[in-house]
Design a protein around this ligand. Structure first.
Ligand code: SPV
Ligand code: MG
Length: 285
């Protein structure tokens, strides 16, 4: 395994905005690293979509861990594992922390939805655990970690559930008190207004992470100015892949030749470079 040169904790400690790209495969994660991203979000939405399955606690912890660790092995930057609800109750979350840490993952995020969860953008009523119950889950997760490096992000779905900024603040304060290293406030609003309201009233007791999927005009620079510590571009890579593959396959099938798209797609030698083929071939010499 390529060791992560920095841990997520070290990145946050630098005090500059940390930018994460969502990914589900080593290939996508490496492309994000090469594009300059500081860390990779092992997205539950992407990992499940890559298997044409819903992001609804259908896959098991082992399957999500395998995806995250495959990415981490190919990277020099840290993976932040999106671990949904922690895959069950407090026992499951303790096991999850042991397994992820053992696999060399230095950061994980768990959210306050009830298991089994549904993707935040799906039109369903998202049920949340009681604040105290999730705070206890976080305390169990922190108690389970064996290295000082491991970084736990507590995600609240209060805004996703329509509960408002007061509830999100109350929950994040409780989660920080329970030992979370950072909080993630998710929103499906079309503007950043709710998140800015949250940030204006947040006392800064721990870093704040945001996911601007539905409010894409909010720039990283603005988010940093408002006090955000990390921003997650959670699924743009997956959506780009779908559009690009669809257009490419349709054009080859329509034309009966791949000539028209040859200049639009990566060359075979670019793929060799991503495979580090030179290094592998050198082993034979
Ligand atoms: C993910 O990428 O899996 C996330 C973000 O958790 S979201 O899909 O917006 O819930
Ligand atoms: Mg997710």
């Amino acid at each position: 395994m390529k060791p992560a040169h920095v841990t997520f904790r070290q990145l946050i400690a630098r005090g500059e905005l940390v930018r994460l790209a969502g990914a589900h495969s080593a290939l996508g994660a490496v492309l994000a690293e090469q594009s300059g991203f500081d860390a990779i979000w092992s997205s539950s939405f992407e990992v499940s979509a890559a298997r044409c399955l819903p992001d609804a606690s259908v896959l098991t912890m082992t399957e999500y861990l395998e995806a995250a660790s495959r990415m981490q092995k190919a990277l020099s930057i840290p993976v932040v594992a999106d671990c949904d609800t922690g895959y069950g109750n407090n026992l499951n979350v303790a096991h999850m922390v042991h397994e992820y840490e053992d696999a060399g993952i230095t950061a994980a995020c768990i959210e306050d939805k009830v298991y089994p969860k549904m993707n935040s953008f799906a039109e369903v009523q998202h049920s949340l655990l009681d604040t105290e119950a999730f705070a206890r889950k976080l305390a169990v997760a922190k108690g389970a970690q064996r290295t000082d490096d491991f970084y736990l992000i507590a995600r609240t779905e209060a805004l996703i559930s329509g509960l408002g900024v007061d509830e999100a603040l109350e929950r994040c304060n409780a989660y920080a008190d329970a030992g979370a290293d950072a909080v993630l406030v998710h929103s499906k609003a079309r503007t950043e207004e709710q998140i800015v309201d949250f940030l204006d009233r947040w006392d800064g007791r721990c870093p704040v992470v945001v996911v601007p999927t539905t409010y894409p005009s909010w720039s990283a620079a603005d988010a940093a100015k408002r006090g955000v510590s990390a921003v997650v571009y959670a699924n743009q890579g997956l959506r780009a892949t779908v559009k690009s593959l669809r257009e490419t396959y349709q054009e080859i099938y329509r034309a009966g030749t791949s000539l028209a798209i040859e200049d639009e797609i990566a060359s075979v030698s670019e793929i060799f470079a991503l495979q580090n083929l030179d290094e592998w071939q050198a082993l034979e010499n």
